[in-house]
Design a protein around this ligand. Structure first.
Ligand code: F6R
Ligand code: MG
Ligand code: MG
Length: 370
């Protein structure tokens, strides 16, 4: 049976009046490029959207992960959108396009990528989550809760198919190493790593032996670090993730439940501050207050023969109003700290921002205390 692939590829190639929101013209350009690609048989279906200043391309096809044709299509969409952004004089036009020429794979060129190849189930449910003004590790807490916390996911307790638990693939994004950990057996070790979310990030989640193929991920998160590619701060690495749900996996509502707690993530203004992650509908994915606060938007689809059905705007539900209210209260509380930690990130994380340039200027002023 032919497997289906979902590829979510995103980039910030310019936005209106600062780092607020993607201009509709950029989405129109991306739709045009992806429509052509669909006609040429490079992809089978697509949905273009945005989260804050990030242009998000959701594509389905049967070419597997790392397909040159699919990555090339995304690259062309970002290049054309960059041209439009420059013509319109948008802010940060072409920001995440860090390399000149495409040579087969979009990895390491600036955009973020989350991809999953899988065997379609009957009634395949899949959710795409997109975050702005934060980093890949922001997914650690919700993804852990979805696949390992019985207080979040009732299916881990009451569904025999969920009872076995899941395998987490964690990347050390500083050392470029990875490790797989099995939950619930290795839960404490897993948490020892992923609690340090700026370094250890959940890349994928796999099923254990049972009702699903063990080599097909159930979740995948984009983990690209712009600063590592560009060698300097160019913007936060706003991540995207794909999560499959239902029929023995966590239910869509269990997946969403993990986002009802607006946990603190790093990013926000100048990629330098901790703030709450606010779940919002696409219409409210506009980062304004102090360039934030950080947001997560979610779209739910069904997939049939690699074609998308939907989406449903998952956080467009008053049931998330309290989470949003809480996020606003936390945002206010954190802002009162101004330039002080822990609102401002610790120095180790500030290394990847513009602060070191300021500290360098002060270097000569220091004298030994003795
Ligand atoms: C956060 C972000 C913004 C900018 C800030 C300053 O990811 O992109 O908060 O860091 O608006 O932007 P520049 O330096 O472009 O004026
Ligand atoms: Mg930006
Ligand atoms: Mg962004």
């Amino acid at each position: 049976m032919t497997k289906t692939t979902m590829s979510v590829i995103k980039a910030d190639v310019g936005s209106i009046a600062g780092h607020t929101v993607v201009h509709p013209a950029l989405e129109e350009v991306a739709v045009k490029v992806l429509d052509e690609a669909r006609k040429d048989g490079k992809i089978l279906d697509f949905h273009v959207t945005h989260c804050g200043d990030d242009l998000e391309l959701i594509m389905t096809h049967t070419k597997g992960v790392d397909s040159e044709e699919v990555h090339g299509t995304a690259w062309k969409a970002f290049e054309d959108a960059t041209t439009t952004a420059k013509n319109l004089g948008l802010y940060g036009a072409g920001q995440d396009i860090l390399k000149e020429a495409f040579s087969g794979n979009i990895r390491g060129m600036g955009p973020g990528i989350a991809e999953i190849e899988f065997t379609e189930r009957k009634g395949e449910c899949i959710e795409v989550f997109m975050m702005d003004k934060t980093e890949p590790g922001a997914f650690n807490l919700p993804v852990f809760k979805i696949f390992a916390d019985p207080f979040n996911t009732a299916g881990l307790v009451v569904d025999p198919k969920g009872h076995a638990g899941y395998i987490f693939e964690v990347w050390d994004i500083f050392e470029h190493k990875r490790v797989k950990m099995s939950c619930p057996e290795e839960m404490y070790s897993l948490l020892a790593l992923i609690g340090a979310k700026s370094r250890y990030v959940i890349k994928r989640v796999f099923p254990k032996e049972g009702h699903m193929p063990v080599d097909e991920p159930l979740a995948a998160v984009s983990t690209e670090k712009l600063a590592f590619i560009a060698g300097e701060y160019v913007g936060k690495d706003d991540p995207a993730a794909i999560i499959r749900s239902q029929s023995g996996l966590p239910a869509t509502g269990e997946v969403l439940e993990a986002f009802s707690f607006p946990h603190l993530v790093s990013g926000w203004m100048r990629g330098s501050h901790n703030g709450p992650l606010m779940p919002v509908g696409i219409e409210d994915a506009i980062c304004t207050r102090f360039d934030g606060p950080p947001r997560v938007a979610g779209l739910g689809f069904n997939i049939k023969d690699a074609k998308l059905v939907g989406p449903v705007d998952l956080f467009c539900d008053p049931a998330f109003d309290l989470a949003r209210q809480k996020a606003l209260e936390i945002a206010d509380y954190m802002r009162r700290h101004g330039p002080f930690e822990p609102h401002r990130l610790p120095l180790s994380d500030m290394e990847y921002t513009t602060l070191p340039k300021v500290l360098k200027k002060l270097e000569d002023r220091f004298e030994d205390i003795g």
